[in-house]
Design a protein around this ligand. Structure first.
Ligand SMILES: Cc1ncc(COP(=O)(O)O)c(C=O)c1O
Length: 394
């Protein structure tokens, strides 16, 4: 063969040997070779397991999907290119063959509200927002709108409200609606929504699951009833995660329980410390017995694990004071994400809830002196010292 042909073919397409890689490799191939066309035909027809084209299935992503399915105790999963791709695909799955109507929590992540308002509503989907912590209001909205699906987050952002997923699931199912839960903030360490009646669970993998601030990804974990529709949608629309990102997410998840436990215990110490701090007006933390949803938290979360998020109001601070306070942080990272090994702080009025008018934010209870902290795995004393020096000068 000539060098041009050698360059393309030599060394490739080795049959796997009798060894098994201990961790899943990154399979970058977009297509797969079989000995006979008849076998590829069976794989295409899904009569035989295998891979034909990486938009349909990829071995690295399949390993990640199996891992997350196991964590959430689901039937199957789809790894997506971002948390938002996962939310959009979960909504499409729930709406296929159903009435085009959604009842959604009023306290959703801003981009999720944008997806509903800027994409789904213009496509003719009716969207009704409701306070999911008020079960009477959920029942009323469902009776009135007969939605195809209900959508909520386990823990809301940034006020960390916790609704009774199990009770909302009952309302959804009684009305024949699918129930989607975004479990990004709580993670399966705290709550497994599928066990409480959710049909589709969504994660931004970018956050606690991958955990290192080095990968953007999402995942949908499905019950048996929605899985085929989900895969059909994925094959048609291709919202899938690439193999490099799947590998990174999988690598991150191996230490997720250890990280999460540490992050939760750090958050607990930070919340207690902030409560005593003269520079702090109000602390919002689901583990606090005076939290407005303390009963739901007690019912849903395991003892001692209340998540890694703490929101707090700096006493008397205006926007400029918050900027100064956050600029003084030396260890805690001023970042828009959460769930990483490093502690992160976000200013909701400037970032996640920037698009809302000050009046709208006030109505939601998001004041201009509120900040949101995601506890990392650092030594908690170092996090407290950093907060203290920044607060003293605020
Ligand atoms: C609760 C929640 N869901 C979904 C997303 C979207 O995830 P991604 O940024 O990976 O698209 C985020 C991002 O911050 C989030 O906080």
């Amino acid at each position: 063969m000539k060098i041009e042909t050698q360059a393309v073919h030599a060394g490739d397409r080795k049959k796997p040997g009798r060894w098994v890689p201990v961790t899943t490799p990154i399979y970058t191939a977009s297509t797969y070779l079989y000995e006979e066309m008849a076998q590829l035909d069976r794989v295409f027809g899904r009569e035989e397991p295998g891979y034909s084209y990486s938009r349909y299935d990829n071995p690295t992503s399949a390993a990640l999907e199996e891992l997350v399915t196991s964590l959430e105790n689901g039937h199957g999963a789809l790894a997506c290119s971002s948390g938002m791709a996962a939310i959009q695909t979960a909504l499409l799955t729930a709406l296929t063959d159903r009435r085009k109507s959604v009842v959604a929590s009023g306290a959703l992540y801003g981009a999720t509200i944008s997806v509903l308002a800027k994409i789904f509503e213009p496509l003719g989907v009716e969207v009704t927002y409701v306070d999911v912590c008020d079960l009477g209001a959920v029942e009323k909205a469902v009776a009135e709108h007969r939605p195809a699906c209900l959508l909520m987050e386990t823990v809301s952002n940034p006020l960390l409200r916790v609704g009774r997923i199990d009770r909302v699931a009952e309302i959804a199912h009684a009305a024949g609606a699918a129930f989607i839960v975004d479990n990004t903030f709580a993670t399966p360490m705290l709550v497994r929504p599928l066990e409480l009646g959710a049909n589709l669970v969504v994660h931004s993998l970018t956050k606690f699951l991958a955990g290192h601030g080095d990968v953007l990804g999402g995942v949908i974990v499905s019950d048996a009833g929605h899985y085929e529709t989900l895969r059909t949608l994925a094959r048609a629309c291709g919202p899938v995660l690439g193999p490099f990102e799947s590998y990174l997410a999988m690598r991150g998840i191996k230490t997720f329980p250890l990280r999460m436990e540490r992050q939760c215990s750090n958050a607990c110490r930070i919340a207690a410390w902030l409560t005593e701090h003269p520079g702090v007006e109000r602390v919002i933390y689901p583990g606090d017995p005076s939290h407005p949803d303390a009963a739901a938290v007690k019912h849903l979360f395991p003892d001692g694990l209340y998540g890694a998020m703490v929101s707090f109001e700096v006493r008397g601070a205006q926007r400029d004071d918050i900027f100064r306070f956050m600029d003084r942080l030396k260890l805690v990272v001023r970042g828009t994400s959460l769930g990483d090994v490093h502690s992160l702080m976000l200013y909701p009025a400037m970032a996640s809830h920037r698009e809302l008018s000050p009046k709208h934010r006030e109505r939601l209870g998001i004041r201009d002196n509120l900040v949101r902290l995601s506890a990392g795995i650092e030594a908690v004393e170092d996090i407290l010292a950093d907060l203290d020096q920044a607060l003293r000068m605020a």
